[in-house]
Design a protein around this ligand. Structure first.
Ligand code: SF4
Length: 179
């Protein structure tokens, strides 16, 4: 059987910590290799993007896990979701946002020798895993999409100890929450 070379799409360290630990510990023996891909042009403003990226890199480097970073093409992302600005979180803007990032990930995986994609986009309590999976299945056709449900208690245990920088909104300017 062909071994899986997985691209794990991550939006931030707190969401990805459990998944990275599971993959690094070899919980998925059919996966021979994995890399964390941080491609999040949806995040606004750029200072916030940089904070999440820095935390992601710090976490990957502390574990010796490979990572790659895509461009912060926020203006293109804004054009892509134009007309959906007033949609609620988990609405159609989010479906398109997932698709935008999955499309990039598929191309990136093909160009870099990976044959499967998974993500942690659905792990937050504000997210809907089935919506993430639908967006992925609508977008990823040339390689495999793995709809993995990550271990939530492991993620929360790591988060309690790690003291990661933690944001209080999903990412885009339309998802700011009142605190
Ligand atoms: S709320 Fe999050 S998933 Fe939805 S469009 Fe904004 S950044 Fe993307």
């Amino acid at each position: 059987m062909k071994k899986i070379k997985l691209v794990l799409m991550s939006c931030c360290a707190p969401c990805s910590a459990g998944a990275i630990k599971q993959l690094a510990d070899g919980e998925f023996p059919e996966t021979s290799d994995f890399i964390v891909l941080f491609y999040n042009p949806n995040i606004y403003p750029q200072t916030e993007y940089q904070k999440r990226l820095d935390e992601q890199i710090k976490h990957c480097e502390s574990l010796g896990v490979k990572y790659a970073v895509g461009d912060w093409d926020h203006n293109n992302w804004l054009e892509y979701v134009h007309g959906l600005e007033n949609e609620p979180e988990r609405g159609s803007r989010c479906s398109e946002c997932f698709k935008y990032r999955f499309k990039f990930a598929q191309q990136w995986a093909l160009e870099n020798g990976y044959n499967a994609i998974a993500s942690v986009f659905g792990v937050s309590k504000h997210k809907d895993q089935s919506q993430v999976d639908t967006s992925a299945n609508d977008t990823i056709s040339k390689i495999n999409y793995l709809p993995i449900i990550w271990n939530e208690s492991l993620r929360s245990e790591i988060n309690k100890k790690a003291g990661f920088y933690r944001q209080n909104y999903c990412g885009c300017e339309f998802s700011f929450r009142k605190v």
